[in-house]
Write a protein that binds this ligand. Sequence first.
Ligand code: F3S
Length: 393
Amino acid sequence: MRLTREEESILAGESGDGRRKAMELIVALGRIYGAERLVPISSAHLSGASYKTIGDGGLKYLSDLAASGSKVSVPSTLNPVGMDRDRWREMRISEGFAEKQLEIIDLYGRMGVRTTCSCTPYLGANVPRFGDHVAWAESSALSFVNSFIGARTNREGGPGALAAAIVGRTASYGLHLDENRRPTVVVEAETDGTAFGYSMLGQAVGSAIGGGVPYFKGISPGADDAKTLCAAMAASGSVALYHVEGVTPEAARFSEGLDGLESIHIGERELEEARGRLNTADDVQLIALGCPHLSAKEVRDIAAFLKGKKKARRDVEVWFCTSSEVRDACREEVRVLEAFGPVLADTCMVVAPIEGSFQRTGTNSAKAGNYLPTLCSQKTVCRDISGLMEIVT
Ligand code: F3S
């Protein structure tokens, strides 16, 4: 791999131990994946922020890194953590967990990371431009910026994204290169056009193809639809980039030359099967909306839907998960939602330690439907928002 003089000097430790270690990791990844060079990045988005998922080992790693004076050198945002940093008592979080979680947030902040704690930074806090090279972790978010914005990132893990943020570069391989952004399969898709429909479509496609770069025909997702489609395909498969004919910014480049590709059709039967796999319970103790985090439009839509309704079941908790920016921007709508349950920022139903309090959770998200059983020991009910809210009204 060819390194510039500046990159060689970082690798030699001339700008500190923290930057040297970060560069070693980036170079090692580049060698494994056959990169010829590094590429400057314009931003990073970091995962590995919940104490539930990184534990004491991760906390120690971050402590050592912060103690070495390491700082990010590009705008960097942070994924959800294990609790709302202000309202964690309402989530039944223990004092011990809260103390460690707040320490993790503080360590990221000391390294210069914007502690936004949301998985939808592309809606405001961190918006790449078309063609930007970036290093993003969080499978739903990186798929959104690859596909819907046309930025370029691989499916980074937490440590790789943090190392890239520190040195301001990543190894140039995978989805940073033109040739790997070509479609690998054509998907003729049907959906009812709702965000829930797009989530089930993502579930069906991810299950059918696993990985690769799907090229969709026959759909027209808006931003909220795309975010749920991204999340679902990244969870049921490992899709990090897709194109939609007439919608996503790179699709036109590939509209010729699709003829030789495998083609699949996703219709009513496949969508029903996808939904069936995500329903493993008959009733719930918790209904959690906002995977990925609710946008301002979604908060407004839910408020309009709930206005005038009453929560009838006290035995079922309802959580709405969003970013602090959206919560602050939608105060009136948030009041409507709060009649049903807390509007939580910084966290979500998957990275919070809900397994200590609940065993059956309702979700409208295929991504949560995939992860709640494996990461939170939950049985799930997966329905659209009105179907879920029927349970409690
Ligand atoms: Fe976001 Fe948590 Fe879902 S990080 S995409 S709300 S699992």
